[in-house]
Design a protein around this ligand. Structure first.
Ligand code: AMP
Ligand code: MG
Length: 332
């Protein structure tokens, strides 16, 4: 049985599909028109177009709902953002969305909610922008949070192999999860696909585990994960992949563990970097906590303010991994 198609799920799937189309089109034609944001992470036409299109659909379907998204339109509304805005607008028009560039900015800013609300969506219009710019992996992540609990999560992974055993085969995965309804995926491009249920691995012993982590050592410490692997007796090399594709990798059994280990004390994880992926793993039978074994809390606005890093496993040896992480906390 497939998950029940609630209006929220139908809307989120359709929005993420449209965003995946625009991201794929921009990536193909790249010229990485990267703007430097204040935090220096690269941001592209596709990040903004993706956020605009998803917020447009959510506004139509759920006019009361607000979105905590990664992007905002402040810079686009200024004169120096005009050329960039024009390109974003053109991408929307190319998809058949007739609109003005002001509307594009308004949609983007619908996703600019900062504070917690009893019901809201969170969106990363392109998670793993660095992977996107490398023409590698990235994800569009959308989740609905009600009373602090993730109730729907959708990940669009346009470059991920449909079958991880065939890395050179068809690419593009759309995955989703709904509370108590399991996690599912379909190929992004298939016309009328039958959803495949996602299940974490049954690997029972940590030494046999395979783990994944960020490509970027600035986002998750590779040195620390190396020490943890050795404590757990894991000899297989980790695989490194950008974005919340790591959560999907655990949810569908490509990996047994995903480690996200802080590189500095003062970094607070962003909710949009996790929400879509967390419910996918949990509904596929896995376990997600921060590095202290504390469940992620999505009720503190934009950040996971009470959490640090993240540990994601198939659930069979989670505490062992938490203990191994704790035994190697780097000195400040
Ligand atoms: P990944 O693709 O897993 O490397 O994660 C990409 C995400 O890392 C981006 O969306 C950023 O929000 C986030 N990020 C940026 N700086 C850091 C940091 N110092 N520690 C952890 N995550 C970060
Ligand atoms: Mg992100």
């Amino acid at each position: 049985m497939n998950s029940i198609e609630t209006p929220e799920l139908i809307s989120a799937l359709s929005a993420v599909r449209q965003a995946a189309t625009v991201c794929g089109a921009v990536q193909k034609s790249m010229n990485p028109a990267a703007l430097e944001k204040k935090d220096k992470s690269p941001v592209t036409v596709a990040d903004f177009a993706s956020q605009a299109l998803i917020c447009r659909q959510l506004e139509r379907d759920f006019p009361q709902d607000r979105v905590i998204g990664e992007e905002g339109a402040d810079e686009l509304r200024m004169s120096q953002g005009a050329a960039f805005l024009k390109q974003i607008h053109e991408q929307c028009i190319a998809l058949g969305v007739q609109c003005s560039s002001d509307e594009v900015c308004d949609w983007i800013d619908r996703g600019n909610l900062q504070e917690y609300q009893p019901r809201f969506w969170t969106l990363d219009p392109i998670d793993g922008t660095k992977g996107f710019l490398r023409k590698d992996q990235y994800a569009i992540s959308l989740a609905l949070i009600v009373d602090g609990k993730i109730v729907v999560g959708v990940l669009g992974c346009p470059n991920l192999p449909v079958d991880s055993d065939e890395p050179d085969g068809a690419r593009g995965v759309l995955a989703w999860a709904v509370t108590d309804q399991g996690s599912w995926m379909v190929p992004l491009d298939a016309a009328d696909p039958t959803p495949v249920k996602l299940e974490v691995t049954e690997t029972a012993e940590a030494p046999a585990a395979r783990f994944c982590e960020s490509v970027e050592s600035g986002h998750s410490s590779h040195d620390w994960s190396g020490q943890i692997a050795s404590t757990l007796g894991i000899s297989r090399e980790p695989f490194r992949i950008d974005s919340q594709c790591k959560y999907l990798a655990v949810a569908r059994g490509d990996a047994d563990i995903y480690l996200r280990l802080p590189t500095r004390k003062d970094y607070q994880e962003k909710i949009w970097d996790h929400a879509g992926g967390v419910i996918l793993v949990e509904e596929a039978g896995g376990c997600v906590t921060d590095i202290h074994g504390v469940a992620p809390e999505f009720s503190h606005g934009q950040t996971l303010a009470v959490n640090e890093g993240m540990i994601v496993t198939n659930g069979r040896f989670h505490q062992q991994v938490v203990d191994a992480v704790g035994s190697h906390v780097p000195a400040d």
